[in-house]
Design a protein around this ligand. Structure first.
Ligand code: PLP
Length: 435
């Protein structure tokens, strides 16, 4: 009996050690971390340079409260992140995780509206399915029924538009008309809600756990930007999962040259070494808020120097090891190998992804796109089988969190061909055991 509890009662093996892409439990069993935890450990486990940077910071100071001190680590990390963002996005607010970053973005957007005489703007439009975090504000913009339903009476109902799942709607994702079709649903939603009541639109540039690596159709991102501009609606890019190189660029939005007003990031920034997140905003949003008396928001651990030193060292490693490039190269190989599995295994109905944010989806029938019966719990059973074989992958239900099963394959960005072989062999064996 343990005093810990998470989602359920099931006990997990006790982690003993982790190095690179591998993890070992207390019984000596080895696992290949094929999902980087929850798409977190982008540079792999126990990177010696990051550990050394953390030790150096620990010898100086591990905490300085943000209202009492700036620290060299937080100043340097903020400057580094600003340099990686499009010009103008250069105001950085540190937090300890993705949900905190999303909450911070929504609250900054609201305070900006108040400071600029747009107090009627309070709605944040998001997509279904989507995942933006588990705190009540972030959950209100999450489109994932299983997670949101119990808390609906406690949240403000935020408007939703469909995520651009061209593969389910039998549309060609490479046709700009498809991107326009989905983006125009945002336009219609803003109009029906009343443009003066809409504060922001938040989206995951490449879908994460909710949609299973959904890549937007051609033209979608550019059109979304135009629509937001037309209605004075802020564009918040949730790069919590996609940021820090996961999709082959430091930020996924770079693939479409779409300039957000606010970026939120977390997972790959702390990369599993420390809890860390950031909201990076356009100075044009921040200045009026500061002029009007300040940002009424903040978390005790914000800008923690140990976390910032680790984050800085993580980015240094991403750059020094060329991990964005490796994510692109290995991601293309992984997608091709997953497509090969799809050819052999009828149960795989779709393969998708960008960089090393890749997924496949189980379907009962490829033509009709019918999901497997819910009672099969395919996503969980497959993950358990793979785990038994020493391969960690990540999964969720795909369609509004109610049905559909996808498996995310998202190894650390340091993977090489040998690791890829091992991952694909593990998937193949697990598929054979599953079917
Ligand atoms: N946004 C996205 C896109 C995520 O994938 C997640 C977590 O999976 C979050 C926000 C919430 O992050 P956290 O779990 O660190 O609060």
């Amino acid at each position: 009996m343990s005093n810990l509890f998470y989602q359920g009662r099931g006990r997990k093996p006790v982690l003993e050690q982790a190095r690179g892409v591998y993890m070992w439990d207390r019984d000596g069993k080895r696992y290949l971390d094929g999902s980087s935890g929850a798409m977190v450990c982008n540079i792999g486990h126990s990177d010696p340079n990051v550990l050394a940077a953390m030790r150096r910071q620990m010898d100086k100071a591990t905490f300085g409260y943000r209202l009492h001190f700036e620290t060299e680590a937080s100043e340097r990390l903020a400057a580094k992140l600003a340099g990686l963002c499009p010009p103008g996005l250069d105001r950085v607010f540190f937090v300890s995780g993705g949900s905190e970053a999303v909450e911070s973005a929504m609250k900054l957007a609201r305070q900006h509206a108040l400071a600029t005489g747009q107090g009627g703007r309070c709605k944040v439009i998001s997509r279904t399915p989507s995942y933006h975090g588990c705190t009540l504000g972030a959950l209100a913009v999450t489109g994932y029924a299983t997670l949101t339903a119990p808390f609906e009476p406690m949240m403000r109902d935020m408007p939703k538009v469909p995520a651009p799942r061209a593969y389910l709607d039998d549309l060609n994702p490479n046709d700009p008309a498809t991107g326009q079709y989905y983006a125009d649903m945002l336009d219609a939603k803003i109009r029906s809600e009343g443009p003066d009541s809409v504060l922001a639109f938040i989206l995951e540039p490449v879908g994460g756990a909710s949609t299973g690596a959904l890549v937007p159709p051609a033209g979608y991102m550019q059109r979304v930007r135009e629509i937001c501009d037309r209605h004075g609606v802020l564009l918040i890019m949730d790069e919590v999962m996609t940021g820090a190189g996961r999709t082959g660029r430091f930020f996924a939005a770079e693939h479409w040259v779409t300039r957000p007003d606010i970026i939120v990031m977390s997972k790959g920034l702390g990369a599993g070494y420390v809890p860390l997140g950031a909201m990076i905003a356009d100075a044009r949003l921040v200045e009026p808020v500061l002029d009007a008396g300040g940002f009424a928001h903040g978390f005790t651990y914000a800008g923690n120097p140990l976390a910032c030193a680790a984050g800085l060292a993580v980015i240094d490693e991403i750059e020094a090891q060329g991990l964005c490039r490796n994510a692109t190269v290995m991601g293309e190989k992984l997608l091709a190998r997953l497509a090969g599995l799809m050819q052999k295994h009828e149960i795989i109905g779709d393969v998708r992804g960008k960089g090393l944010l890749c997924a496949f989806e189980f379907m009962a029938d490829r033509d009709s796109k019918a999901p497997l019966p819910r009672r099969l719990n395919a996503y969980q059973r497959f993950v358990d089988i793979a785990y038994g074989q020493g391969l960690i992958v990540y999964s969720r239900r795909t369609r509004d969190g109610i049905e559909g099963d996808h498996i995310l394959v998202c190894p650390p960005l340091i993977v090489n061909d040998t690791h890829l072989d091992e991952i694909v062999d593990g998937l193949e064996t697990s598929l054979v055991h599953y079917t």
